[in-house]
Design a protein around this ligand. Structure first.
Ligand SMILES: Cc1cc2nc3c(=O)[nH]c(=O)nc-3n(C[C@H](O)[C@H](O)[C@H](O)COP(=O)(O)O)c2cc1C
Length: 441
């Protein structure tokens, strides 16, 4: 009988995906190649050797997985995107991830943050750093809130309910989309958190009135009126994938009797297509006034990108502005929201709160937005990606990671509270251009 010598050789890196006993996906970088050798040097026993070496390899992997040694630690929110991509059907992942047309703005939403650098101050006692703040008079634990993202049940069966619970546990705001797969009432009963309702205006104003009344009744604290989507942007991935809401889900807020639902719309995808055609392209400033006549809730306008519109918004009496390009899903080749934030903050002159969203993935990004004058930020994709990866737990972790990173950035920049973060803590491309031209004079 020949003696088998088995040799495991650590060789090159490979990404593998395994499920552990809790059915959580473990993404691991495994470095391995299996070499089998025999002291007889012939090929007769190759299949046996192959079998033995493969079994050995499997045992080895299992023991590592069981002991948890291979569980890859997620260390920042960006990592959730790759996990979501692996878990979700391509149509769903693309719907969440992609931007419109050339996706120039999508890339710019991230790149713009990289062009802003920090100017830390030193020798300041940072043993206590306070991140608490308030939004529209409501106390929150940090200036990081959840933006409305539609159809979250495609990411996880708990969808918007999981997000609402995670936001509530983190002590921050969740904004529920009109196009949610959980209803206003379901989300309100998910927990005690602070909820805002994002409103799309449909041609049938009765639908709008019913939505606003339901949000008021359910205890939502503000209406976030989205103003950058009079018509739908062109997301080519969605066109290629023939995106539609899978039939087993529905737009729960739009299911009530008499809310424009046609009798033949028996499934979610038909309902989804119907409502895409119902957005009102005639939406204009007069509707902002009209909205104030049907609700006493504060109104935030979401989707402002110019100082001109910010000034008009104030004339129309809104309670706040969210500087946003809709996560680069509407008009392509608009600037990153962070790039126009400062001009809008200046135009607003402190009359109302200014918030920003788009591309925020790091505590340093939040810090930069606050230094440019934002009262707080909203996050979109990190929520749906973490929801897809780990449900409510994932969203909790995203909120915690961003909070911890912001706290660290503040401490390392010498800021012990949000009001200590100033314009002098950052410098931007325009600062560089200004100092270059003044040194030439
Ligand atoms: C999958 C997805 C769905 C969205 N749905 C809505 C929506 O229903 N209403 C809305 O006002 N904005 C919607 N947005 C835009 C977000 O509210 C937010 O402006 C954007 O996601 C912020 O950029 P970020 O994803 O880079 O954080 C959606 C964004 C994504 C990614």
């Amino acid at each position: 009988m020949s003696r088998v010598r088995l040799m495991i050789e650590i060789k090159s890196n490979q990404n593998i995906t395994i499920h552990n006993q809790r059915q959580e996906i473990i993404n691991a970088e495994v470095s391995c190649s299996v070499k089998y050798l025999t002291n007889r040097g012939d090929n007769n026993n190759h299949s046996l050797y192959h079998f033995l070496s493969a079994s050995f390899f499997r045992l080895w992997i299992n023991s590592i997985v069981k002991t948890g040694r291979m569980e890859k630690q997620i260390t920042n929110v960006k990592e959730y995107e790759a996990i979501a991509k692996e878990k979700l059907p391509k149509m769903v992942y693309d719907f969440y991830a992609s931007g419109s047309e050339d996706q120039w703005t999508l890339k710019e939403n991230r790149d713009a943050f990289s062009s802003i650098l920090l100017r830390p101050r030193i020798l300041i006692d940072v043993s206590k750093v306070d991140l608490t703040t308030s939004v529209l008079g409501f106390e929150i634990s940090m200036p990081i809130m959840i933006a409305p993202t539609s159809m979250q049940k495609m990411a996880h069966p708990q969808g918007e309910l999981a997000t609402a619970r995670a936001a509530s546990a983190a002590g921050t705001v969740m904004t529920l989309s009109t196009m949610a797969t959980s209803s206003i009432e379901e989300v309100a009963s998910a927990g005690p958190g602070i909820l805002f309702f994002q409103l799309y205006v449909f041609r049938d104003r009765n639908t709008v009135i019913q939505l606003v009344k339901r949000a008021e009744k359910a205890g939502f604290k503000a209406i976030v009126l989205t103003v950058d989507r009079p018509v739908l942007g062109r997301k080519e991935d969605d066109i290629k994938n023939r995106f539609s809401l899978p039939a087993n889900y529905s737009l729960r807020n739009l299911e009530e009797p008499n809310i424009g639902k046609k009798k033949d719309e028996t499934d979610g995808s038909a309902q989804f297509c119907h409502f895409l055609g119902e957005f009102d392209p005639s939406l204009n400033w007069k509707d902002v006034k009209w909205l104030q006549t049907i609700t006493s809730l504060p109104i935030l306008l979401k989707g402002i990108l110019t100082a001109e519109d910010a000034r008009i918004a104030i004339e129309y009496g809104v309670s706040g502005i969210i500087v946003s390009n809709h996560g680069a899903r509407q008009l392509d080749y608009v600037p990153a929201a962070i790039m126009v934030l400062e001009e809008i903050v200046k135009a607003v002159q402190g009359k109302v709160a200014v918030f920003v969203d788009g591309g925020i993935r790091r505590g340093t990004d939040v810090f930069k937005a606050l230094a440019l004058g934002a009262s707080g930020v909203f996050i979109g994709r990190p929520v749906v990606f973490s929801l897809a990866a780990e449900g409510e737990d994932g969203v909790r972790k995203v909120l915690k990671m961003l909070k911890d990173e912001l706290q660290l950035t503040m401490a390392l920049s010498g800021c012990t509270s949000l009001k200590h973060i100033t314009r002098h803590h950052i410098f931007t491309n325009s600062d560089r251009a200004r100092s270059a031209s003044s040194s030439r004079l």
